[in-house]
Design a protein. Sequence first.
Length: 107
Amino acid sequence: LEAALFISDDPLDVSRVWAIDQLGVEIAAANRLRLLAGRPGTDMPDKGASVCSCFEVCTTEISAAITEKGCTDVAQVGNCVRAGTNCGSCRAEIARIIDDQTVSKAS
């Protein structure tokens, strides 16, 4: 795969991280429909948007650290999945995810 373009009048629910991972890969016939859908399929959970580029940690991993491991602050998330422990540029985004999870849990 050399390129992919997804166009719609409505917002697209494309798994961007997965789609990017497909670039430069020979796509098997069985996976061509997945590529057209822009989603990896039920056997491959969507990682979500990339948050920590240093350690390639995505939103799904951070959300799991919060909901499943009980992380309540950026330092705890860092200890659990390493996000935010190197350059630190993603710490604000991690804090926002924690706040979003806390607000949705309280509702």
